[in-house]
Design a protein around this ligand. Sequence first.
Ligand code: SAH
Ligand code: SF4
Ligand code: F3S
Length: 469
Amino acid sequence: MSPHEKNVARDVDTPAIIAAKPDVIAPANTKKVFIKTYGCQMNVYDSERMADVLAPIGYAPVDTPDHADLVILNTCHIREKAAEKVYSELGRIRKHKEQNKPDMKVAVAGCVAQAEGAEIMRRAPVVDMVLGPQTYHKLPEMIAKVHRSSGEVLETEFDTIEKFDQLPKHRSVKGFSAFLTVQEGCDKFCTFCVVPYTRGAEVSRNVQQIVDEARGLAAQGVREITLIGQNVNAYIAEGPDGTQWGLGQLIRHVALIGGIDRIRFTTSHPRDMDDELIRVIGEEPKLMPYLHLPIQSGSNKILRAMNRDHTYDHYKQLIAKIRTARPEIALSGDFIVGFPGETELDFEETMRCVEEIGYASSFSFKYSIRPGTPGASMHRQVDEDVKQDRLVRLQELLYTQQEAHNKSLIGKTLSVLVEGAGRKGGQLFGRSPYLTGTHFDGPENLIGQIVDVTITEAGRNSLVGVLAR
Ligand code: SAH
Ligand code: SF4
Ligand code: F3S
């Protein structure tokens, strides 16, 4: 993965598609694996870990399927479009296999694998292996089975703890910013969402394992760690002192690791935002002033129907507390328009919520019916053209706020983690504390360093600046 791509925000309604470590060149005598990643950060992390599992059995990652011996699609089931993309990709892979690489093996991993299981092999016979998100440590065994019997292999068991215990201790990373999974799964059962079914119940990794992994990343030059989980602030595990630690304490502990200068965490649920975490947001200088805290809708009626278990007022109070603790914090959110029963009035409450709160960045989606979720069988589904119209109106407001936030940074000096060369010669690219892509001129030896950049120009999606003296 090129350092540029690593933190690229998902396009609205278009999952990030990132090949695992594309610029690693496979030696001639090793086998080649092409991993294509769809969906959220959890999948990006899992793809890197699959590459780690495969390295000892001779697989090197490559950036195209052209000469790959093994292709893995790490899939996302969150919206219909995301899931359908997998089948069109499998169609292309089947053609490539038939025409050029008949001995190639094909695996489907991730959330579509968990949700659809053996159905995938029926619909796409090119698939040799289907493996759910908790089974990646079993990949070598599954590959061996496929080669032995030339039959199909299906693994969709849930055992998160075993997965983390069995994954290789060593992570091989490139770049200066890395994801680290600390929590998986979801017990919230929002009525629109597949995640509780594809990722299972909430499970937290133990503190020591996380700290060891973070130290290993620091030793490889990583400067910024994003602690990730489907409900990362539901993190709860026994700390070294024998008491139960929440995410706040975990962050304080990770902040002690030398070499790690920036910490982020995502995705949080308003329900799990406790006072200790808010204190840490206010006190921990290594924690970046950027918080992704989805609300989904500004209407209490819709929030109830979504089973979000919080009201708009509760959310607003939380934001007020967080802003008191850390006044410069930039907020990011997720929004769904056209949930069943959403009237024009409900939608206007979402617009009012955005106006009142103010977001520096956001992800907004049209409600997508997911089979098996309670939302799918609710009455008063909203027409597609109404959804589309509301999405356009909401995004217009959100993008205006995003641009205004970026413009408010002009003249300010921000710390930027330099991730690599920019597009133009002599230019560098990095990320601001607010995760904004920032371009400026500077020498290549600054790559991997955190430098001060004075912002001179701002667009909706990026900043331009000059090195501060
Ligand atoms: N655990 C995180 C992320 C969930 S998925 C959270 O609770 O925020 C990321 C986003 O996808 C969600 O926040 C929601 O806005 C969106 N999403 C989930 N299911 C959806 C669906 N069926 N239709 C449209 N958007 C959906
Ligand atoms: Fe999905 Fe809700 Fe869980 Fe987030 S909290 S993963 S939206 S069920
Ligand atoms: Fe998609 Fe699964 Fe993540 S459904 S958003 S890849 S948890």
